[in-house]
Design a protein around this ligand. Structure first.
Ligand code: HEC
Ligand code: HEC
Ligand code: HEC
Ligand code: HEC
Ligand code: HEC
Ligand code: HEC
Ligand code: HEC
Ligand code: HEC
Ligand code: HEC
Ligand code: HEC
Ligand code: HEC
Ligand code: HEC
Length: 290
């Protein structure tokens, strides 16, 4: 009854056998006969191992686009699909159960940006590319509810930090990043602890100098003033930059702040600018050497 003529034997043989089996079963049922009328050789080796979960690459055979998404932009979400999709291929329009079977962020993440920020996908629009942001990062507003003073600082002192969403720096709630995550120091060896006193982080352009700031901080940008003063024989040589340029960056003092008017009125009237004679405040010519 079996045709054994075939070239790739087993498959066709089994295929034929299944067709015949169905025919046989119905035939047998009609006759009230419970035993099979066909013979199918058992192939227990097909059942000798346990089924293995599909790997991401196997899922990708049917979902190539999503795989590519994860591969290129998945970041730290590049783990097995089933870690998130513990239920899949279970969607039924009739049951309208999409939301029910899709993974929820909260099953793995607990409020990384604080309790009030719950609408994760408003910013992280694509779970397969979690770092790519939706455009409406203005939701930063949620931080303002509780941290209004920080917003006020950022608005009052516009800088390029004011244009960054809070979460660019505060990637999780309460986390305070190091400046060095994103910036180089002005010179090799400059300590991290020095940055904030000059650059309050939410108003980094509102630069303030502490009275103890060493002059070599300035030298990285003002080499000329620094070297002139360093080699000068005048008594200004003993002064730190911030003794004169105090408190705020770009502040320029008046000579009279410290010296008053030391010469005769006639001289000061005739030469209102002290530097007409003293020439360079960072390197004054000195006549009488002590
Ligand atoms: C970090 C968790 C996470 C991982 C890992 C993940 N997914 Fe998803 N996936 C989701 C979430 C959340 C949704 C629901 C998105 C929605 O409702 O729009 C989703 C939706 C889907 C959808 C249906 C929506 C669509 O865009 O077509 C498919 C299909 C899918 N994922 C396949 C995969 C495959 C395949 C992998 C592995 C290669 C994978 N996912 C890895 C979280 C994940
Ligand atoms: C043999 C092809 C095939 C493989 C392999 C496959 N899928 Fe799917 N998957 C589909 C088809 C077809 C749909 C329905 C159409 C669609 O949404 O693209 C679907 C839909 C989905 C959905 C959305 C609807 C639902 O019911 O969940 C998710 C999530 C999903 N697949 C995840 C996976 C994951 C995870 C893997 C690997 C573990 C995987 N799929 C492997 C073909 C496949
Ligand atoms: C199955 C658990 C799981 C689910 C569900 C999940 N995540 Fe994640 N997610 C992780 C893990 C694990 C990391 C890596 C965390 C780490 O290394 O500290 C991560 C990292 C992230 C990152 C940082 C990505 C990077 O590359 O740095 C973002 C953003 C993120 N998740 C957002 C989401 C959002 C939004 C959802 C919901 C749509 C979600 N996650 C669902 C487990 C999950
Ligand atoms: C207002 C927009 C916004 C919302 C809403 C939002 N995030 Fe984020 N999230 C960000 C930004 C911006 C980052 C920083 C991305 C970067 O480092 O490039 C981030 C970073 C993350 C990270 C990475 C943290 C790390 O340690 O590197 C995780 C995880 C994360 N978000 C999860 C979530 C989850 C879960 C939700 C919902 C509860 C959520 N986010 C809601 C904007 C948002
Ligand atoms: C529901 C109110 C609330 C929201 C919304 C909120 N925070 Fe907070 N945040 C707090 C509280 C309360 C503390 C603890 C205050 C403290 O320790 O002085 C805190 C602490 C912090 C700290 C650490 C403060 C410190 O001195 O160590 C940072 C940074 C921070 N939040 C940033 C953010 C950012 C960024 C957002 C928006 C993503 C945000 N917060 C949203 C209430 C909130
Ligand atoms: C350029 C990175 C950056 C941005 C953008 C940023 N912060 Fe900060 N933030 C920091 C750093 C660094 C500190 C720690 C400062 C310190 O140690 O004194 C900090 C401290 C804080 C603190 C605790 C100290 C304080 O000043 O009250 C809060 C709260 C805070 N940030 C909230 C926010 C909010 C809300 C936003 C968005 C409106 C935001 N930050 C934007 C880097 C940033
Ligand atoms: C998450 C990254 C990040 C962190 C952390 C960070 N910054 Fe920035 N900062 C930026 C970016 C981005 C810019 C804009 C630079 C650009 O466009 O080249 C910037 C600009 C600046 C500027 C120039 C501002 C302007 O308006 O021109 C100063 C000063 C500055 N940062 C100081 C600091 C200091 C000090 C810290 C630590 C307290 C810090 N930053 C932490 C990302 C960061
Ligand atoms: C003595 C004060 C002082 C200290 C300390 C200081 N800075 Fe600055 N920083 C300045 C001044 C002044 C500028 C120039 C501002 C301008 O161009 O108007 C500047 C500019 C910057 C800029 C933007 C301009 C650029 O491209 O260089 C960044 C970023 C910056 N500083 C980061 C840092 C970091 C990080 C630290 C800590 C290692 C630090 N600063 C320590 C005074 C300081
Ligand atoms: C990161 C570089 C940087 C650092 C560090 C820096 N400055 Fe400046 N400074 C500048 C820039 C840029 C200008 C603007 C120059 C211009 O307009 O020609 C400036 C301008 C000034 C001016 C005003 C010049 C004028 O003609 O009005 C003074 C004074 C000054 N700086 C003093 C200091 C002192 C003192 C320090 C150290 C405590 C310092 N700066 C550190 C970059 C820097
Ligand atoms: C922040 C205060 C301060 C400012 C501003 C200042 N000086 Fe002086 N100056 C000093 C001090 C301190 C000495 C040393 C006095 C001593 O040791 O007796 C000094 C010394 C001098 C001397 C004596 C030089 C010597 O080596 O014998 C002259 C001349 C002088 N200053 C001129 C000026 C002129 C001109 C200006 C403005 C362009 C000026 N100073 C601005 C603090 C200042
Ligand atoms: C004795 C006070 C004094 C000290 C100390 C001093 N300056 Fe000045 N500086 C001035 C005065 C006054 C001016 C304005 C000169 C003018 O009007 O031409 C000035 C001008 C400047 C300028 C702008 C003009 C220029 O020469 O480029 C810079 C930049 C500057 N100082 C940087 C520094 C730095 C950096 C140091 C430390 C190495 C320093 N100053 C030390 C008083 C001082
Ligand atoms: C017409 C030229 C001239 C003018 C203008 C001038 N000086 Fe002098 N100043 C001198 C001479 C010359 C000396 C003596 C130098 C010496 O002894 O080394 C001197 C000395 C000084 C000394 C040192 C005094 C001491 O007792 O050691 C100070 C301080 C001083 N001048 C400050 C100023 C100040 C401040 C101004 C402007 C308000 C000014 N000078 C304007 C020429 C001038």
């Amino acid at each position: 009854m079996q045709k054994t003529r075939c070239i790739n034997g087993k498959k066709i043989l089994v295929g034929m056998a299944i067709v015949l089996a169905f025919a046989g079963v119905s035939h047998a049922a009609q006759q009230g006969n419970k035993s099979a009328t066909v013979t199918i050789p058992p192939t227990p080796e097909l059942y000798s191992s346990e089924p293995q979960p599909l790997t991401a690459v196997q899922c990708a055979q049917c979902h190539p686009g999503l795989f590519k998404n994860l591969k290129n932009e998945g970041g730290r979400h590049r783990f097995a699909c089933q870690n998130c999709h513990n239920v899949f291929h279970a969607y039924s329009p009739r049951k309208a159960n999409w939301d029910q079977i899709m993974p929820t962020c909260s099953s793995c993440h607990t409020a990384p940006h604080g309790a009030k920020i719950t609408n994760c996908t408003a910013c992280h629009a694509n779970p397969h590319a979690p770092k790519s942001m939706a455009s409406n990062t203005q939701l930063t507003a949620a931080c303002y509810d509780c941290h209004g003073t920080v917003r006020d600082e950022l608005v009052k002192y516009p800088s390029r930090h004011s244009k960054l969403p809070c979460m660019t720096c505060h990637t999780s709630h309460g986390y305070k990043p190091s400046c060095f995550n994103c910036h180089q120091p002005h010179f090799k060896g400059q300590a991290l602890s020095t940055c904030l006193p000059c650059h309050p982080v939410h108003q980094p352009q509102n630069i303030r100098f502490s009275a103890k700031e060493p002059s070599n901080t300035c030298s990285s940008c003002h080499a000329k003033a620094y070297t002139n003063l360093a080699k000068s024989t005048s008594k200004h040589n003993a002064l730190a930059c911030v003794t004169c340029h105090k408190d705020k960056h770009r502040f320029i003092p008046q000579c009279t702040d410290c010296h008053g008017k030391p010469h005769t009125e006639t001289i000061h009237d005739k030469y209102p600018k002290c530097l007409s004679c003293h020439i360079d405040v960072h390197d004054m010519p000195v006549m009488s050497k002590k």
